[in-house]
Design a protein around this ligand. Structure first.
Ligand code: IYR
Length: 225
């Protein structure tokens, strides 16, 4: 295999398969059309998800780029009903306060089309929860490892995870109870791991409804120079 040295580190040859312009157009359109079918779903079927499927979803998240390739993420998989129940109870306790006194009226007004409230039954109904933690620093052989662009890196990994969940045929909701320190406590995570996002994962309930929304057009999101 072809290699070259940069700063004394080995770099390996890399290429993507050579494809035609036609195939390129088709790939980009196909992936967009598939991702455009993704919707946030809050109603789950109780059918379990095979272990290998969840593992592949998490491995996909782990392919995300990260600052200095430090991979500053931890994915906690929760399937135990007792832990799901504790997470639901703690989340609902925070959300009850948020909806009744922490969120300004304008925020609650903005959420009306989504139909959300303090109740989070999906935290128990989904067969599994993936709780994503960002590592403010790493620990290797007892030594502190500097991490960079932690939120950006973990945000990108979550994007990959959400795309993988959708591509597999499953659904999720990006749930961010606030504050969510209780996740670190319930899951016994070290202090340098901060809760970032909670994703219930499963099959959508057979009859489920989502808000009728539209996405911004290309003209609204793209500026050409
Ligand atoms: N975290 C709350 C409120 C909420 C906030 C936003 I911004 C949303 O897009 C949806 C919900 C909840 O989960 O209900």
């Amino acid at each position: 295999m072809k290699k070259k040295l940069i700063n004394g580190f080995e770099h390996i040859a890399y290429s993507r398969p050579d494809i035609s312009m036609e195939k390129l157009r088709e790939n980009a359109l196909d992936f967009y059309q598939s991702m455009n079918q993704r919707r946030t779903v809050r109603e789950f079927d109780s059918r379990p998800i095979p272990k290998a499927v969840i593992e592949h979803l998490i491995l996909t998240a782990g392919t995300a780029p990260s600052g200095a390739h430090k991979q500053p993420w931890t994915f906690c998989l929760v399937e135990a009903p007792e832990i799901k129940r504790r997470i639901r109870e703690a989340a609902e306790e925070e959300e009850r306060i948020s909806y009744s006194s922490r969120m300004p009226d304008t925020w609650k007004e903005d959420l009306k089309p989504l139909g959300t409230d303090w109740r989070k039954p999906f935290l128990e109904e989904a067969p599994c929860l993936i709780v994503v933690f960002k590592q403010s620093y790493g620990v290797h052989q007892g030594k502190k490892v500097q991490h960079y662009y932690v939120s950006e890196s973990v945000g990108i990994a979550c994007g990959f995870l959400i795309a993988a969940i959708h591509q597999a045929g499953l659904v999720t909701v990006t749930h961010t109870p606030s504050p969510m320190n209780f996740l670190g406590e319930i899951l016994n995570r070290p202090a340098h791991e901060k809760p970032f996002l909670l994703l219930p994962v499963g099959f959508a309930k057979s009859e489920t409804f989502v808000p009728e929304i539209s996405r911004k057009s290309l003209e609204e999101i793209l500026v050409r120079y």
